[in-house]
Design a binder for this molecule. Sequence first.
Ligand SMILES: NC(=O)c1ccc[n+]([C@@H]2O[C@H](COP(=O)([O-])OP(=O)(O)OC[C@H]3O[C@@H](n4cnc5c(N)ncnc54)[C@H](OP(=O)(O)O)[C@@H]3O)[C@@H](O)[C@H]2O)c1
Length: 425
Amino acid sequence: MKPITVALLGCGTVGGQVVRLLDEQADDLTARIGAPIELAGIAVRRPDRHRDVPKELLTADAAALVASDVDVVVEVIGGIEPVRTLLLDALRAGKSVVSANKVLLAENAGELFAAADESGADLYFEAAVAGAIPLIRPLRESMAGDHITRVMGIVNGTTNFILSAMDETGAGYGETLEEASRLGYAEADPTADVDGYDAASKAAILASIAFHTRVTAGDVYREGISAVTAADIAAARTLGRTIKLLAICERVDDAVTVRVHPAMIPRSHPLASVGGAFNAVFVEAESAGQLMFYGQGAGGAPTASAVLGDLVTVARNRVAGGRGPRESAYADLPVRPISEVSTRYHLSLDVADKAGVLASVAAVFAEHDVSIAAVRQEGRVEDASLVIVTHAAPDAALRSTVDKVAGLPAVREVVSVMRVEGEES
Ligand SMILES: NC(=O)c1ccc[n+]([C@@H]2O[C@H](COP(=O)([O-])OP(=O)(O)OC[C@H]3O[C@@H](n4cnc5c(N)ncnc54)[C@H](OP(=O)(O)O)[C@@H]3O)[C@@H](O)[C@H]2O)c1
C-alpha cells in the first residue's frame, strides 16, 4: 500500500495533538483509509522548541515542505499570511488541504476553492468552526438536499464562558473577564473573542455553506460582549431569559443576513442551557426541521479530532481516486445590511416617575412604527424604570426610536438595549 504523505504546518495546541493521534491511531487510520498515513515533515516557527516530536521531521521552512513530494497539507498555524500563499501553492500543485483556519477561510475561501478546482484537489476545514463539532460536513454534504433557512449558534467558548459566569454569579463583565483569563478561558489579548471577530469569521463560513453564497467576515455585522452589564443579565433573568453571544445567519426572501451580537433568549431555548466554554449550533431547514449540534468548540484534542476526520476523508478520496465537494456558491444571494434586519428588542429606561411618561415614550415608538409587545413599569420616584419589549422591527427604526426616546425630558437614561431572539415575533 502506497502511503498517503502528509505535511503538517504548525505544531502548537492543535498540531501537537494531531501528531499524537497520528502516532497512537496509526493502525486504525490505515485500516479506515486503506493506506497508511506518513508524516513527511512538520513546519514550525522555532524548531528548537519542539523536543517532543522527532527532530528529523521538524523544519522552519514551510514553503519547502509544501513544495516537497506530499499528498496532503494539514495547516494548523492560523492567520492569513504566510498561510494563504502556502495553501494556494499546495492546492495549485494538486495537494489536498485540511485547515483549521477560520480567519483565512472567512476571507479567502473563494480563491482557495478556485485553486482547488484548477488542480482537482480537496479543501476541507471542519475544525475551522466549532472545534470538534461536526458542522461543516453536515451542512455541506448531509443537508445538501434541503433548504436551510437559519443557522443560529454559540460559536465562541470564551464569550460563552464569560456570559454564563455573569449569569450564574451576577458579577460584572470586567471581573468575569479577569476570572476567565485566570482560568485559561480567555487569551492574554481577548479582543478577537470578546469583540466578536472570531464568531464573525465562523458566521461567514457557516452562512457561505448554508446558503450557497460567498459571505466574507467583512459582510458580517458584529457586536461583542464588552457592553453587556450585570444589569442587562439581571433584566434578562427577571423576564425568564438569559444573554448569549449569538452568530445568526438567516435566509430572508432572496437575500441573507449574517450577524454576531449578544441577545436575550428564553431560558427554555435549547441554546440557553449551553454553559461554560461549550459551543452549540441550531440549524433550521425546510424539510429536516430543527437540528442542534453541541460539543467542545475548542481545545487541542477536540480540534485535532475534527482535523483527523478531514484527513481521513481526503486520504480516502486519494485512495479512491476521487475528490470531495467543491465550493457551492451558485446562489450568489446579496447580504443585507443590519439596518434592514428585523428583530425584537428589550429596552430598559430610567425614567421620572410621573404621569404621562409612558404615553410620551409610547408615542415615539408609534412614530417610528416600532410596535410594543409588552411594557412594565418598576420602582417609584428616583428609581423608576420602564422595561419595553418590542415586536420585530428593523434595526434602523429601533435606533432612531432609541435616539429620540433618550432625548425625552422624562427619560433620565437608556439603561440597556438588547436584541431578543428565539421567540415568536
Ligand atoms: N486552539 C484551539 O482550541 C483551536 C480551535 C479551533 C481552531 N483552531 C485553529 O487552529 C489553528 C492553530 O491554532 P493553535 O491554537 O494550535 O495555535 P498555536 O498553539 O499558536 O500554534 C501555532 C503553530 O504554528 C507555528 N507557526 C506559526 N507561524 C509559523 C510560520 N510562519 N511557519 C511555520 N509555522 C508557524 C507555531 O510554531 P512555534 O510553535 O515554533 O511557535 C506553532 O507550532 C488556528 O487557525 C486556530 O484558529 C484552534
